[in-house]
Ligand binder design. Structure first.
Ligand SMILES: NC(=O)c1ccc[n+]([C@@H]2O[C@H](COP(=O)([O-])OP(=O)(O)OC[C@H]3O[C@@H](n4cnc5c(N)ncnc54)[C@H](O)[C@@H]3O)[C@@H](O)[C@H]2O)c1
Length: 261
């Protein structure tokens, strides 16, 4: 057991699997008490058990982040169980590729609901606790699709770009109260959700891998490690920033280049 989050209370949405789950387990190993939350109650329970079986502290509170009353109840649960809230990791999200002009109203609402509304609800609920506390850390998972364009992900990218601005705004507005807000931006990370995405279009896997300077997909652990740093006091003067964790994608200038491998 480490101590980088010793004594801290964290809520992590979408922690039933993928990046959220690995983050929940890592945060707990580093001393945090974690409220594990996911729309999939069975997966959230599994993450919780994995943490407690390993000697960590966790409680399970399934919630749908697109419903603000469920998100409010999730944050209330953290305070009821542990008395405070130090880290709100708004991580739940995802989408499959769509041709933009064929997106239905229902699909539009679904993608924006999960990737933008849910992050706002989580941030707002957390701030209601963190403002009187005069401390706290908001973490948000965006995507490379929120930093630049990714074909087929216009609506998802729009929502993911929106939450970057939310973090920057919160960092300025609440910085004087000791509250930080930061964003982690995964590149292609081999989570269950990403595997579903990459297999939904033929040939996409090889094409995507070839486009990453590191020439591989990342691991959920590589996002969790960055989230851990941002959530910890090691990042006490880091606020309002986006950290790409993407094997070098965000640094590329998209001009045609010779193949030199
Ligand atoms: N894996 C990648 O390549 C990648 C790249 C960029 C951004 N991201 C982002 O990282 C985050 C985590 O994604 P992941 O790759 O671990 O995906 P994942 O699909 O493996 O896990 C996402 C989790 O969120 C949960 N979830 C979905 N809808 C929910 C809702 N309405 N309320 C609560 N929970 C809900 C799912 O049940 C699932 O457990 C997402 O925000 C995603 O957009 C992932």
């Amino acid at each position: 057991m480490g101590e980088r989050l010793s004594g801290k209370i964290a809520v992590i949405t979408g922690s039933g699997r993928g990046i959220g789950r690995v983050s929940a387990e890592l945060f707990a190993r580093e001393g945090a008490s974690v409220v594990v939350s996911d729309i999939d109650a069975g997966n959230a329970e599994e993450t919780t058990k994995a943490i407690t079986n390993a000697g960590g502290r966790a409680v399970c509170h399934p919630a749908d982040v697109t419903d603000s009353s469920q998100v409010d109840a999730l944050v209330d649960r953290a305070v009821e169980e542990f008395g405070r809230l130090d880290i709100m990791f708004n991580n739940a999200g995802g989408a499959l590729p769509e041709v933009t002009h064929e997106v239905t109203d229902e699909k539009y609402r679904e993608v924006v609901g999960l990737n933008m509304d849910g992050v706002f609800y989580g941030t707002r609920a957390a701030l209601r606790v963190m403002v009187p506390q005069r401390s706290g850390c908001i973490l948000i998972t965006t995507s490379g699709a929120g930093l630049g364009s990714v074909k087929g992900l216009a609506v998802y990218g729009m929502a993911k770009a929106g939450v970057v601005n939310l973090a920057k705004s919160v960092a300025e507005e609440y910085g004087p109260l000791g509250i930080r807000a930061n964003v982690v931006s995964p590149g292609p990370i081999a989570s269950p959700g990403f595997e579903q995405f990459v297999d939904s279009v033929e040939g996409l896997r090889a094409k995507m891998e070839g486009g990453v300077p590191a020439r591989r997909f990342g691991l959920p652990e590589e996002i969790a490690n960055t989230a851990l740093f941002l959530a910890s006091d090691e990042a006490s003067y880091v606020s309002g920033v986006v950290v790409p964790v993407d094997g070098g994608i965000a640094g590329k200038y998209p001009t045609p280049t010779p193949e030199m491998d």
